[in-house]
Every structure is written in structure tokens, then in C-alpha cells.
Design a protein around this ligand. Sequence first.
Ligand SMILES: Cc1ncc(C[n+]2csc(CCO)c2C)c(N)n1
Length: 221
Amino acid sequence: MTKISTELFEIAQPVWNLSYQHPFITELAAGKLPLEKFRYYLKQDRYYLEQFGDLHEKIAQLIDNPADKEILLVGANDMHDGELDIRNTMFQEIGITADEIKSTPIAPTAYSYVTHMNYELTNGTTASAVAALLPCYWLYSEIGHRLINAQSPVPIYQEWLDSYASTEFDGGTNQMVQLIDHLSEQADSAERAQIKDSFLKSSNYELNFWQMAYTMENWAG
Ligand SMILES: Cc1ncc(C[n+]2csc(CCO)c2C)c(N)n1
């Protein structure tokens, strides 16, 4: 049977292409993205990253195989020491304070994306829960590679781009890809469909996340 990661990569291409072309990304690379949209993104992303790290730990508890479990636990750790550390530096650079983070409501799309990941954790299978996490790694890795020579004229935008084009980051993505293949080895066709659905939903939420930041989305009331 075809590896599930091969199928996931294929089915995601149309929606991933929309992310590559999204004005949030193209303007960020060109240095034309208004800083207030980037600030908005960072604040919403902080909430997402915290939840994302916790989800690794919760999914790890469902896994018996020590090597597979370890991938998720290392992922959770790297997130806390890596991604969130970089963010703390960025917050200082552009003056996002702890108070500002605390008083920022979670926007609808960030909320829906995290809700989807939690839904897969409680109602799906271990593999479909991991599939919900995977586009985060894989799409950002693809974006990083596409923009490796971009050299955004805005230093903080370049800093953001650099963090996703590193070989270290590729290692984490590859591990997660291997994990989903391993967890899906015994999956029947119904479970494979569920995994694809979970992965595609997260891929759509990744696209919506750029749009959320670009339009500075808010609740109506
Ligand atoms: C909405 C959203 N999606 C993906 C990432 C990227 N990302 C977040 S955690 C992680 C794993 C390794 O650090 C990666 C790649 C993001 N920042 N925000």
C-alpha cells in the first residue's frame, strides 16, 4: 500500500499552493506586510503554539511504542525551547508585552484550528490526531525552502523566515512524517480516510490562519 505521507502530500497541494501565494507570505517576503498584521499574527500564534505543544504531550500518552512516543515528547520540548523562545525575542523586538498578550482575545480561526486538533485527540484515532499536527511542520518547512533566498528587507520578517529554513527544523518535520507513516501501517481504508480528512482540515486552517492575520479577524460581538 502507498505510504500515507505520499498521499497526504498529494492531496494537500492545491490548498498549500494557496498558502504559498497568500499576500501575508508574499508581502512578508517582500518586506511590504504592515507590521500591525505581523504583530497580530504573533499574538494569535502564541496561543496556538502553547496548545500545539500541549497536544504533543497528550497524544504521546496514547502511544506505547517508545520511539514513537519520544518523537512527540521531543517535539513538545523543542517547541517550548525553540519556537516559543524565538517568539519571546521577537515580542521584545517589536514591543509586545505580557499584558498585551493576556488582553488579546483568541480570534475565531485560531480557536477553530485548535478546536479541530483537540477534536481529533478526543474523537479520532492516534494517527488522525497526529495528522492534525502535521501540516504545521510540513507546510512551514515547504514555505521555508521556497523562501530560502528571499532576504526580506524587514529584519524581523527575515528572522521569522530563517527559523523555518533550517536543517534542524527539517529533521523535526521528517520525524513527524515517519511517525504518521508508522502509525498508519495497520489502518484500514476508513481510518486512512479519517487521517486524510484531519490532515486536509489542518491544511485549510493553515491557509485561514494567514487570512485571519491579514484581515486582523475578530469576533463580531
Ligand atoms: C499556525 C501555525 N502553524 C504552524 C507554525 C509552525 N510551527 C509551529 S510549532 C512547529 C514545530 C517545531 O517548532 C512549527 C513548525 C506556526 N508557528 N503557526
